[in-house]
Design a protein around this ligand. Structure first.
Ligand code: PLP
Length: 395
């Protein structure tokens, strides 16, 4: 049957999976693959979360929950935001969803209509543009600027110039996948100002907000008038290494959350019951989260140390997330490859997986590859050694 809805035909498959597939082929030939492609922490989910989920299962806590999620968990999210950011959030302003991706989907589905424009930053997490298009909206882009040595930042003047009367929403990802940028207070406040003045929503995906190595988090919830324009998204996947549990959340004005609850009730009903009980436990694992962040900071130092001195490529020190966004322009120019071809050849010839920057729309990523450093130090050293050989042989 090929009678798909027209917008579905424009949806890209999860393009990062192509590189994992290629890696499996290479591994089957007996090559020891080093995988910088995976966007998830490699540490176990905290024991308290696992224990709570097991207990919930044994207690028969296996039925539907409220479409909005467990009240205790919504309260725990509000308490956590109060503690971490000092933001006043009530549980009525929180919905728990099956993963942050579903939080994002609810935000788009609640507000974006055919013909609307959605302003994204270039480069952006790949699914924003896909979901916008699925709903009949058009993604437009403001470029992130890179200052060598400092990394990426946003350009508020460019944002202003890319807005039109059709722009419904600005989508921000801070800290940013794939650039590892951490926006400062001035940038976030500037965006807030623009959104408020122009009557545009700010969808702020802050899922990497625990992974900060230098600088301070400027959250969209810092502004006390956030209820007027912010749709805040975060989740359990990265912070608590719970990617497979599928739990995320939205914070927004209670009227928005109510609508999202209606959307939830008519689509997925509710998030997983016993996973939510586990998530309640996760909030008690702050020490383990800190240990993970400390571990990732050491790994960040290793990957930066190895790649920043390499001739022919360029890397700014990642200040946040667990990604290194490596510029490979010189190699691409010399060889005539695209970033995609660079990544494929690197897997085939050296057994090293990276994600080419051109999967992150729109244009800026074309000269980059993304490396996740959520893997053991010895693997980072071995992988970067092979990358160094590959770059040397290519130039
Ligand atoms: N937002 C960003 C920026 C991400 O990088 C990811 C995961 O890669 C997600 C959202 C999705 O998170 P979840 O696994 O909770 O759906």
């Amino acid at each position: 049957i090929e009678r798909f809805a027209p917008n579905l035909n424009s949806l890209a498959g999860e393009s990062t999976l192509v590189y994992q597939e290629k890696a499996r082929e290479v591994a089957a030939r007996g090559v020891k693959v080093i995988n910088f492609g995976i966007g998830q922490p490699d540490v176990p989910t905290p024991a308290v979360a696992r224990e709570e989920a097991k207990l919930a299962l044994d207690q028969g806590f296996t039925g539907y929950t409220s479409a909005l999620g467990l009240e205790e968990l919504r309260q725990a999210v509000a308490d956590d935001l109060k503690e971490r950011l000092g933001s006043d959030v009530r549980k009525e302003e929180v919905i728990i969803t099956p993963g942050a991706k579903m939080s994002l989907f609810l935000a788009f589905a609640a507000f974006v209509a055919p013909g609307d424009e959605v302003l994204l930053f270039d480069p952006a997490f790949y699914s924003y543009a896909e979901v916008a298009r699925l709903l009949g909206a058009r993604p437009t882009y403001a470029k992130m600027r890179r200052e060598s040595g400092k990394g990426f930042s946003i350009d508020l003047e460019d944002v202003q110039s890319k807005l039109s009367p059709k722009t419904k929403m600005i989508v921000l990802n801070n800290p940013s996948n794939p650039t590892a940028a951490l926006l400062d207070k001035k940038e976030v406040e500037g965006l807030a100002q623009i959104a408020k003045e122009r009557g545009i929503l700010l969808l702020s995906d802050e899922i990497y907000d625990h992974f900060i190595y230098e600088g301070e988090m400027a959250s969209s919830l810092d502004d006390s008038s956030w209820r007027d324009y912010v749709i805040y998204v975060n989740g359990f996947s990265k912070t608590f290494s719970m990617t497979g549990w599928r739990l995320g959340y939205v914070v927004a004005d209670s009227s928005v959350i109510k609508k999202m609850g209606t959307l939830a009730a008519n689509t997925y009903t509710c998030p997983n019951s016993f996973a939510q009980r586990g998530a309640l436990g996760a909030f008690r694992a702050k020490g383990e989260v800190q240990q993970m962040v400390d571990l990732f900071k050491r790994r960040r130092d290793v990957i930066y140390g190895e790649l920043s001195s390499l001739k022919g490529v360029s890397l700014d020190k990642p200040r946040a997330t667990f990604y290194a966004f490596l510029e490979v322009t010189q190699v691409l120019k010399t060889t005539g490859w695209s970033a995609k071809q660079f990544s494929i050849k690197l897997i085939e010839e050296k057994g090293v997986v990276t994600i080419p920057g051109d999967v992150f729309p729109e244009n800026v990523g074309r000269n980059y590859v993304r490396l996740s450093f959520a893997l053991a130090e010895d693997k980072i050293r071995e992988g970067t050694k092979r990358i160094a050989e590959f770059v040397r042989e290519s130039l």
